[in-house]
Design a protein around this ligand. Structure first.
Ligand SMILES: *Cc1c(COP(=O)(O)O)cnc(C)c1O
Length: 489
């Protein structure tokens, strides 16, 4: 089924041919700019799904959306949840207090929510590459969690090589170690001198670089990407939002059909886009609350309709995975709400003037789905402490959601998306709760001792594994370094 269309077209006659899921996964960037996205989002009666297990729910939602994939490949992909703490419930809900639930999306192998999509997605990529009997180079740019999850998921898979770009100094030590110590002869990690936006724009320009693709073609290699520009990831990020709601119903926390809030700590807007599709399909989400950190461009946009990166520079915050100015997936929201021609216009403005503004009626339809709040670093630390004192330990990204809860979610059942285990950002957690400055290793040991917890398994080895990757590059040199690596690997 050809269900994907381009997010931008100049006029109706420039509308592209539609493509299917497999093509969208293997060629995530649409020609001449834009992304591939769902053309229509049909509604669903979720009541039938209440007793489904995770696999069956995924199958139903995919088939409802027209996402077609060999049944065996999907089965194999969903088996990657067997690496999660509880394979039957990969995204469990934890009650924090009355009407407030945390959906812990970090129980996979790299301890961040990126595993929810990237573990099954990796299986799909390598299976599709094998089926086509083609070799693929997968690019990924990371603000810290996508990198480890992609590398882990694709290490030593056939037909696939991976290049991972991360901003040197822009991640936590644990995140960096997860990448630099990851074994796999098909993997290469480069630090870049720059921030996440630089890494992501380098990735996007390589995806659209005809010379680069021609060079790869000579080596018989095709190009794809593992960032959330790839709809293959978004597909899996719809499911857990629905799973969370059905679990509230199953456990009698809410009656079927009763509304609830979802609060999402947002960066590239992939997680929030998944929630948007779930709401558009008919899940009774009262509103999706977006929390951002001091890089509050998303909050500004949702509050005012103005997306302005002109006078902004990226601020390094306590929630580095959200240190982003150019959120790729906003484009898919613009398409779903305003259509391809309008999206074309707005994205042209962004490219030319680093700025666009939607009309007041457009803003109203955006606000039917979203409200937004921005959380300062100081507030973030306060929320970590406050939550810890209530008996719930959370990481700095998830902490930003509590500001959204305070502002919007009075007396209505609310699910916050818990996007990382605290262990990935232990120094901030210790600073928040105990006002102490420690490094990652010390902070993890300190917290484990204080709370009488064993040191988590994945941490135990991380600090003594050998470093495999070490190169830090300037943006301009990335293309040639990739080609060099492909020749010598
Ligand atoms: C990636 C990430 C986010 C942001 O998610 P998006 O889908 O990019 O909006 C938030 N928190 C953590 C811990 C992350 O790794």
């Amino acid at each position: 089924m050809n269900i994907f269309t381009k997010t931008r077209y100049k006029n109706k006659s420039a509308k592209s041919q539609k493509i299917n899921f497999q093509e969208a996964v293997l060629n995530p960037s649409a020609p001449f700019g834009g992304l591939y996205t769902l053309e229509n989002i049909p509604s669903k009666n979720f009541k039938e799904f209440i007793d489904f297990d995770y696999e069956k729910l995924t199958r139903e939602i995919f088939s409802g959306l027209g996402i077609s994939l060999d049944s065996d490949i999907l089965k194999q992909a969903l088996q990657s949840y067997e690496k999660f703490d509880d394979p039957k419930n990969p995204a469990p809900l934890v009650k924090i207090k009355k009407n407030l639930y945390s959906q812990e999306l970090y129980h996979g192998p790299t301890r961040a929510f990126k595993d929810m999509a990237l573990q099954p997605f990796g299986t799909i990529l390598s299976a599709l590459a094998a089926k086509e009997n083609k070799k693929y180079l997968i690019l990924t740019a990371t603000s810290g969690d996508t990198g480890p999850a992609t590398l882990k998921s694709l290490a030593n898979t056939d037909n696939i090589s991976v290049i991972c770009l991360y901003p040197k100094g822009g991640t936590s030590d644990v995140q960096e170690l997860q990448m630099l110590t990851q074994e796999g002869k098909n993997l290469k990690v480069f630090g870049i001198n720059g921030n996440f936006d630089d890494a992501q724009s380098t990735l996007k320009s390589l995806l659209g670089d005809e010379d680069f693709k021609a060079e790869l073609q000579k080596k018989d290699i095709y190009l794809s990407a593992a960032n959330s520009v790839n709809f293959g990831r978004i597909a899996f990020q719809i499911i857990y939002h629905i799973w969370g709601y059905l679990n509230l119903v199953k456990n009698n926390h809410i009656k079927f059909g009763e509304e609830f809030y979802i609060v999402v700590p947002s960066g590239n807007f992939g997680n929030a886009l998944g929630a948007f599709y779930a709401k558009k399909m008919g899940l009774p989400v009262k509103k999706i609350i977006i929390s951002s950190n001091p890089n509050n461009i998303l909050t500004e946009f949702i509050q005012t309709g103005i997306y302005n990166i002109k006078d902004k520079t990226l601020i390094k915050s306590y929630s580095p995975a959200m240190d982003i100015l150019k959120s790729s997936n906003i484009e898919r929201i613009l398409f779903a709400l305003f259509g391809g021609e309008r999206t074309y216009e707005l994205m042209e403005n962004l490219q030319k003037n680093l700025h666009y503004e939607i009309s007041s009626s457009e803003l109203e339809s955006l606000q039917n789905y979203f409200s937004a709040v921005s959380c300062t670093d100081r507030e973030c630390l306060e929320y970590i402490k406050k939550s810890f004192n209530m008996g719930y330990l959370l990481d700095p990204h998830t902490a930003t959601t509590l500001k959204g809860v305070d502002k919007f979610c009075k007396d209505v059942p609310t699910i916050i998306c818990s996007t990382a285990e605290w262990t990935k950002f232990a120094p901030s957690v210790v600073e928040a709760i105990f006002d102490k400055k420690l490094n990652d290793k010390e902070a993890i040991a300190f917290m484990c001792e204080k709370n009488h917890m064993p040191t988590p398994d994945f941490i135990k080895n991380l600090f003594c594994k050998p470093m495999i990757h070490s190169k830090v590059l300037e943006k301009e040199n990335i293309k040639s370094e990739i080609l060099k690596w492909l020749d010598f690997k």
